[in-house]
Design a protein around this ligand. Structure first.
Ligand code: ADE
Ligand code: ZN
Length: 327
């Protein structure tokens, strides 16, 4: 299988990372000091030791707790700049980053504060490290369809800063169909569409079907449960739907997944990419470490990892001119 140095040197594109999930314990302490938050008295090790999860709800509880540290334009700048600096050092040339505006606007942080901080960081990181990045705005699926619509309306002045929309957070009882209206608005505005079909969720096959057939999802984030339904698998293969596979949560939520599922996805002829998801909460497993986990699990060869990396550049929501500079 592929060596560490091969994986480290590979030019990479990341398509599944939540910016709020890149908040490292070290930056949490910096932000806590900035805002006089009690977390300032903890060590990184103490914070990290509280991070364990075994399913989506137990992960989301950790993830939501971190939000209260993100308040000012500078906080969002620091969050995004730190992620881009880190992955530029891993030879990530291009990244599409999810962000969750509703987790901030519902606490009184203006949409504008979030998007201007992230935008300034993106431009500075491009200047400083040459990394190109775009934003994918996610809707929080346990919040109402009306809230998603309001959020889309708030985003209208900033659509030139947003390449696509996604759907994340608590999937139980919150099918893609709940958000048909806002996803239609996004498509009409020319945005790209993806959505999470998380690992082993209730009604997962119906959620995958709705994403692919009813909501116009161009990709599936996670989407592992496609393996159990031949007709969905056939559709995903024929439409060449990219799957954004995330080895760390695979391991945490479905032990053995990287051994069995990654190989099964490849054997089924599906188009997969390898991604980090929420590295700040996942033992700092960024894309390089995620690729090593995938390699260790599925015994991936250099040829397979190169093909997986090319899949990500091919699936990226960029123009053909830019794409040709990567491939
Ligand atoms: N929010 C952050 N990461 C997520 C994930 N992997 N699934 C659903 N919601 C999320
Ligand atoms: Zn995710």
């Amino acid at each position: 299988s592929a060596s560490d140095t091969f994986i480290e040197a590979l030019p990479k594109a990341e398509l599944h990372v939540h910016l709020e999930g890149t908040l490292e314990p070290g930056l949490k302490i910096v932000l806590a000091r900035r805002h006089g938050h009690p977390l300032q008295n903890r060590t990184e090790e103490e914070i990290r030791s509280g991070y364990s999860f075994h399913d989506l709800p137990s992960f989301l509880a950790l993830y939501y707790e971190g939000m209260e540290l993100l308040n000012t334009e500078q906080d969002f700048y620091d969050l995004c700049y730190a992620y881009l600096k880190k992955v530029a050092s891993q030879n990530v040339l291009y990244t599409e980053m999810f962000f969750d505006p509703q987790l901030h606007t519902r606490r009184g942080v203006p949409f504008r504060t979030v998007i201007t901080g992230l935008g300034r960081a993106r431009r500075d990181a491009e200047k400083d490290f040459g990394i190109h990045s775009q934003l994918v705005m996610c809707f929080i699926r346990e919040m109402s369809a009306e809230s998603a619509d309001e959020t889309f309306t708030q985003a209208l002045p900033y659509l030139s800063e947003i390449v696509g929309v996604g759907l994340d957070s608590d999937e139980k009882g919150n099918p893609p169909a709940k958000f048909a209206h806002v996803f239609q608005r996004a498509r009409d505005a020319g945005l790209h569409v993806t959505m999470h079909c998380d690992i082993d969720q209730e009604n997962t096959h119906e959620h995958i079907r709705q994403a692919l057939e009813d909501l116009g999802s161009e990709r599936l984030d996670h989407g592992l449960n496609v393996l159990e339904k031949p007709e969905l698998l056939k559709q995903a293969r024929e439409r060449r739907i990219p799957f954004t596979v995330c080895p760390f949560p695979n391991m945490a939520i479905r032990p053995g997944s990287n051994e069995k599922d990654i190989r099964a996805l490849l054997d089924a002829g599906l188009t997969i990419t390898i991604n980090s998801d929420d590295p700040g909460y996942m033992q700092s497993v960024y894309i390089t470490e995620a690729m090593k986990m995938a390699r260790d699990g599925a015994q991936l060869t250099p040829e397979e990892l190169l093909a997986i990396s090319r899949n990500a550049f091919n699936a990226a929501w960029i123009g053909e001119g830019e794409r040709s500079t990567y491939l």
